[in-house]
Design a protein around this ligand. Structure first.
Ligand code: DQA
Length: 151
C-alpha cells in the first residue's frame, strides 16, 4: 500500500501563516506525524509540497500505477483548478481531499471545491488532524476495495 500526500500553495508557510485559522503546527510537524501514522498503518508514504499548479498536476500524473491512494490539500487551487480536478479524474487513484480549516464556515468563494467531485471524500476543519484522518480514510478505503476485489 503506497500513499502519495500532496500539499498545495502556501502550505509551506504553516506555523507562521494566519495562525488564528491554520494553527501553529509547521508543515514539517504535519509530515512527521503522517510518517509515524503511515508506519503504524503499514503504508508507504511519499510527501511533496509545491506552490505551482503544474508541479501538482505532474506529480498526480506520475502517480498512475505507482500509488494506491492520494491525500491532497490543494490549498487555494481547490477553488480554482479544473486542471487538478482533471488530473485526478485521469489517473483514477482514490483521492481524499483534506483542509485544515472548515471551508463551509469561511468566505463564500472557499465553499466550492473543484476537487470534491472527483474525490472519495473530503475532510475539512480539524487542523493538522485533518491530514491524519485523511490518511486513515485513504488506507481503509483502499483496503476495503482490495478485500471486495478478492471475493
Ligand atoms: C486550505 C483552505 C483554502 O481555502 C486555502 O486557500 C488554503 C488552505 C485549508 O487547508 O484549510 O490555502 O486548503
Amino acid at each position: 500500500m503506497k500513499v502519495l500526500v500532496l500539499h498545495g500553495p502556501n502550505l509551506n508557510l504553516l506555523g507562521s501563516r494566519e495562525t488564528h485559522i491554520y494553527g501553529a503546527v509547521t508543515l514539517d510537524g504535519i509530515n512527521r506525524n503522517l510518517d509515524a501514522l503511515a508506519k503504524e498503518l503499514g503504508a508507504g508514504l511519499t510527501i511533496h509540497q509545491s506552490n505551482d499548479e503544474g508541479d501538482l498536476v505532474a506529480w498526480i500524473q506520475k502517480a498512475a500505477g505507482q500509488y494506491d491512494a492520494l491525500v491532497i490539500n490543494p490549498g487555494a487551487y481547490t477553488h480554482t483548478s479544473i486542471a487538478l480536478r482533471d488530473a485526478i479524474a485521469a489517473v483514477d487513484i482514490p483521492t481524499v481531499e483534506v483542509h485544515l480549516s472548515n471551508l463551509y464556515r469561511r468566505e463564500e468563494f472557499r465553499q466550492h471545491s473543484y476537487i470534491a467531485g472527483v474525490a472519495v471524500g473530503q475532510i475539512s476543519g480539524f487542523g493538522p488532524e485533518s491530514y491524519a484522518l485523511g490518511l486513515r480514510a485513504a488506507v481503509s478505503h483502499v483496503r476495503a476495495q482490495q478485500a471486495t476485489a478478492k471475493k
